[in-house]
Design a protein around this ligand. Structure first.
Ligand SMILES: [Zn+2]
Ligand SMILES: [Zn+2]
Length: 883
């Protein structure tokens, strides 16, 4: 780092806007986020899930990035060589859609431009408006190594994609085949199974009747998509179904299109479904396609790419699928071949991009044979080479991997990695690492490259490998692979994590990452999903503008219980901002006390005062628990512990206990100041992974340190743990809290300074109260504290705290008669309310007619009144010994 420009002055109030930008720039200039593969330190590496190039920072990113940043910062402070590698995804469909929309405004389509010009236009868009999110990541404080930023379409990554495609082809794990794929008739592209969102819809089942060709009868079938009957090429029955024994091999005359089709026997037919006979539409249903392959049946495709009936549909040509469904049913009904239509809710797939109903479509696509790859990925998880945090997500992962189907990787788009396959006029396929000049089979020089591009997830599936230079065995790959942790939301375990595991385990064993740390989704305070239509979306940029980055980060991490969803409300970010301010004020106080002298390297040895021993003990306990929680992927617990310690124990109790000692100006004042400074320094370091800006600014002002980013992490000091000091302080705190409560409840004027007689629970406590009499006197606003052997004879109030009895003489403390009268009045009011509430709840009319929430509220109110009554009676008891 550049030499310190002196310690910054801390202004009166914390203004994040003047601190965050300059701090981040200082980190960049100092290069503290850069990773050195040759440093010889232990390694900690993560690949940032690459945001879409079209993306901008939303609240989900804010959580995901803050989570990763805490891990990166924690390990950097603990002496690891940390690589957190950033980058972006080219996001095939999403990006192509953005640029197509732009073109549409100019009244043009991508076809007007042609492929080459269109792709150029996308690159130009990317250079200009893509990657806005990168600037927003800096705003969030992401400690990524910008010198290693990658893009899924850059040269190196494209080479990795090509190498994997060709290798898989050579290993016969990738093939071109005619299969039923999920087709979006609006995006005009294939979709993989996981890009399809299934939804229950109210649907129907049309029961059709197909006449036998010989006129001897008919056979009944049922379908939810009646229009597909135009493409039927068989009727199938189960070979053991007694109802159809004589019909197998018979011929059916398919109505409306008048095609003769056979009745076949296939064991895949479910005898329990409908009549036990099913129509077979090989071009429009994956199961039917398999039956057709087994029986050598033809496939008749009746729909265009836009899901409009084509010439195969005869007189229905030109109708879209929904209109065709109505018309086909009507036409069959006219022929008396529509028996009935029943309601049948069923699950329908929708395009994850545009919500259009997906159409199963027979088409020629490229597939990855995933089963062998999935086996390798599952083996890595079973053997523990990769583990999930929390472990319950392994079940989800296995569940999906066990029923994985071949992955359709070709997409009918222009933006993406073009498939490295060439076809000669004879239809031979040449797949090659270098663009070929001749057909590998027949030597023909006339070659045409496949028009399609690869699924976006093909390249992002290689992310942990390709970003480190693979297929070359680079220094980075040797140093930082396998990566240590992959952080992601549970929603893309399938989309992404599984793919990275399959590719990583296969191409660069043993595994792409050692731990998969799963977090949940950010939801609103009621746990509802954030969505534009609910109007409950929270914009992280606005929150950072309003409350500062640290506040947003802290609020997110505080809610991030392992693997669970993260509720967030603006008030909680505001609360976190108040916490940052509390820390700031604490820092200013401590720095003021020290007059710029602190080094904070270590606390004074063997502190003689209880306050210091207690503070150091609590600090060490907090340090140990916070470190364990961070390490155990439970940053929410770390945040909770730090908030409690820093706010209540350090900023409130420790400071108050230190104030009179500091005022003495002697050796003990120095000790008190040094202990506070040390505790603050440790606290700032512990908080730094979550609140990097406010902690760094304060630490620089406190000790003159250049940065917290490089640590060190606070060292273990087990000798500081002092259970006796903690127990003694707990007694002391109880006494002071009891005194403050008494004053507040009985409205003792602030100017009153009563004497306290305390009868301790034992000799130890007697000694404690004598030694700490001055603290009790000051914090309890007392005139004097006397340790007594027994209750005094004069009128007092009596309080119980920490096992001790506290007696406050009432003389001059409060007007006893008035206070008693006040309590009597309160008791009367509450008593009347109780009677009313009870009468209401005894009224059967009310109980039967009032809405349940109103009845519940009445019950709650009664319980509240009872509590208030108990409190007033306790207060009366406190005063009962008074006369
Ligand atoms: Zn679509
Ligand atoms: Zn050829």
């Amino acid at each position: 780092m550049t030499p310190p420009q002196g310690r910054p002055e801390l202004p009166k109030t914390y203004d994040p806007t003047t601190v965050e930008g300059p701090t981040y720039r200082r980190w960049l200039e100092a290069g503290v986020f850069g990773a050195d593969p040759a440093s010889g330190r232990p390694r900690f590496s993560m690949a940032l899930p690459p945001p879409n190039v079209t993306g901008s920072l939303h609240i989900g990113h804010a959580l995901d990035h803050t989570y990763q940043d805490y891990l990166a910062r924690l390990h950097r402070m603990r002496g690891y060589e940390v690589l957190w590698l950033p980058g972006m995804d080219h996001a095939g469909i999403a990006t192509q859609n953005v640029v197509e929309r732009e073109l549409a405004k100019e009244g043009r389509t991508r076809f007007d431009l042609g492929r080459e010009a269109f792709v150029e236009r996308v690159w130009a868009w990317k250079a200009e408006s893509g990657g806005r999110i990168l600037g927003q990541m800096q705003r969030l404080g992401d400690s990524v190594d910008w010198s290693r930023e990658r893009f899924t379409m850059d040269e190196g990554l494209s080479r990795a994609v090509r190498e994997v495609f060709v290798s898989l082809y050579e290993q016969e794990l990738l093939y071109r085949g005619r299969r039923i794929i999920n087709w979006c008739p609006r995006c005009l592209t294939a979709l993989s199974d996981i890009e399809v969102e299934h939804e229950e819809v109210p649907g129907e089942l049309a029961h059709l009747r197909y006449p036998l060709a010989d006129g001897s009868g008919s056979i009944g079938v049922a379908t939810s998509r009646a229009e597909t009957m135009l493409g039927d090429t068989a009727v199938a029955v189960h070979p053991d179904d007694p109802r159809y024994q004589g019909l197998v091999g018979a011929t059916v005359r398919l109505p409306l299109v008048d095609r003769l089709i056979p009745v076949v026997a296939d064991a895949a037919v479910d005898r329990e479904f409908g009549t036990g006979a099913v129509k077979v539409t090989p071009a429009h249903d994956p199961n039917d396609h398999e039956i057709a392959e087994r029986h050598g049946l033809p496939a008749v495709n009746i729909l265009t790419e836009e899901a409009i009936v084509n010439a195969e549909g005869g007189r229905f040509e030109g109708l879209d699928r929904y209109a065709a469904r109505r018309e086909v049913k009507a036409a069959l009904a006219e022929l008396g071949l529509l028996e009935r239509v029943t309601e049948a809710p069923h699950s329908v797939g929708h395009c994850y991009r545009c919500r259009t109903e997906v159409e199963p479509r027979l088409s020629l696509q490229w597939f990855v044979a995933t089963k062998p790859l999935a086996e390798q990925a599952m083996a890595a998880v079973r053997s523990g080479q990769t583990r999930f945090e929390p472990v319950r997500y392994e079940k989800t992962f296995f569940g999906w991997m066990e029923q994985i189907r071949d992955w359709c990787v070709s997409r009918q788009l222009w933006w993406g990695h073009r498939i490295p396959a060439w076809y000669c006029p004879d239809g031979h396929v040449t797949v090659a690492r270098q663009d070929p000049t001749a057909c590998a089979t027949c030597g023909a020089g006339e070659l045409a490259q496949d028009e399609d591009v690869l699924d976006t997830w093909f390249s992002s599936g290689l992310w942990p490998l390709s970003t480190l230079g693979w297929p070359d065995q680079t220094e980075d790959l040797a140093a930082f692979y396998p990566t240590s942790v992959l952080v992601t939301g549970y929603d893309i375990i399938f989309f992404w994590v599984a793919r990275m595991l399959m590719f990583g385990c296969h191409f660069q064993p043993p595994t792409p990452f050692e731990v998969v740390a799963i977090h949940g989704m950010v939801r609103d305070a009621q746990g509802k999903k954030m969505s534009k239509s609910f109007g409950n979306v929270i914009d992280p940029i606005e929150l950072m503008d309003r409350y500062g980055t640290d506040a947003l980060r802290f609020a997110l991490i505080r809610g991030a219980n392992p693997g669970g969803d993260v509720p967030l409300a603006e008030e909680w970010v505001e609360g976190a901002r108040n916490f940052a301010n509390k820390l700031w004020n604490l820092g200013r106080f401590v720095i003021g006390v020290l007059e710029g002298e602190a080094e904070a390297a270590a606390p004074p040895e063997d502190p003689p005062t209880l306050a210091d021993r207690w503070l150091l003990s609590r600090l060490e306990q907090t340090r140990a628990a916070v470190t364990a929680a961070y390490e155990g992927f439970d940053p929410a617990e770390a945040a909770r512990l730090l908030h409690g310690f820093a706010w209540s124990e350090l900023a409130d109790w420790a400071v108050e206990l230190a104030k009179p000692r500091l005022a003495t100006g002697g050796e003990d004042a120095e000790r008190a100041g040094a202990t506070l400074a040390y505790a603050l320094d440790v606290t700032l370091r512990l908080l730094h992974p979550v609140m990097p800006f406010v902690t760094e600014e304060q630490a620089r002002a406190l000790t003159g340190v250049e940065t917290l980013t490089l640590g060190p992490w606070p060292a273990e000091r087990p000798g500081d743990v002092d259970p006796r000091a903690e127990a003694a302080m707990a007694d002391l705190q109880e006494v002071i809290v009891a005194l403050r409560r008494f004053r507040a409840e009985h409205r003792v004027p602030p100017s009153s300074r009563p004497r306290l007689l305390v009868v301790p629970a034992g000799d130890d406590q007697a000694e404690l109260f004598r030694a700490e009499a001055d603290s009790i006197r000051r914090l309890g606003r007392l005139e004097a504290v006397e340790v007594a052997a027994a209750a005094p004879a004069f009128p007092t109030a009596k309080l119980l705290a920490g096992g001790a009895e506290l007696y406050l003489p009432l003389e001059r403390l409060l007007d006893l008669d008035e206070e008693r009268a006040r309590l009597d009045r309160e008791l009367a009011t509450l008593g009347a309310e109780r009677a009313r509430a009870e009468a209401k709840l005894a009224n059967r009319d009310f109980l039967e007619k009032a809405p349940p929430p109103v009845v519940a509220r009445a019950r709650e109110r009664l319980a509240e009144v009872d509590q208030a009554l108990a409190k007033v009676r306790a207060q009366q008891t406190e005063l009962s010994g008074a006369r």
